[in-house]
Unconditional design. Sequence first.
Length: 208
Amino acid sequence: MKVTIDGPAGVGKTSVGRQVARRFSLLFIQSGQLYRALAYGRINGLQLDSLSLEPGDKTDPELLMDGEKLKEELTTEEIGEKASKLAKEEEIRELVNEIIIDTAADRDVLVEGRDIGTAVLTNAEVKIYLTASAEERARRRKKQMNTDRSLGEIEAGIKKRDKRDQTRELAPLKPADDSVIIDTSSLSEREVVDRISKIITKRKTREK
Ligand code: C5P
């Protein structure tokens, strides 16, 4: 079973995705982390094509570059911003897509990102697209990050990234034609996890 969850920054793809992946025993892949790893590698002069994903821990697989384990260093705003700029480059997208496609070839996976349902795992059995207003996403980010930055500043940053993701030439952010769109603005995390779980269960029953 392959599941994709796409959507804009701060919509909850990671926390929801990880919980759903755990429920259904799927390998959880955050494609944004792969873009972030490449951004980190570019800044620090590492060998970008040495990037690999080690699927040991299903809900939190490791990323390695030049033999170095990457994790906390990827979560900064600076890396996020650099990743979003790098994500316009064709070779970068190809590197990421190849890792995802190879990893998913013989595994049950849940992959979250921006273009997974539209451009990477186009045959996935379940495709979800999460949305929420920029204002609500900024509110969630602020709570999560425990930052001094104002809500307005965070919202402006989110809108800038949305625009870059939606208007880029290669694999822009948009719902796949065969995706289920869920507006999470007024839903709790638990409710989103339950909705997606119902969709997966229904699909699994149909397959039997
Ligand atoms: O999801 P996250 O914020 O970690 O992603 C970092 C950046 O990588 C995003 O802002 C986006 O521009 C890019 N990205 C992408 N395609 C994906 C996942 C992330 O272009 N499938």
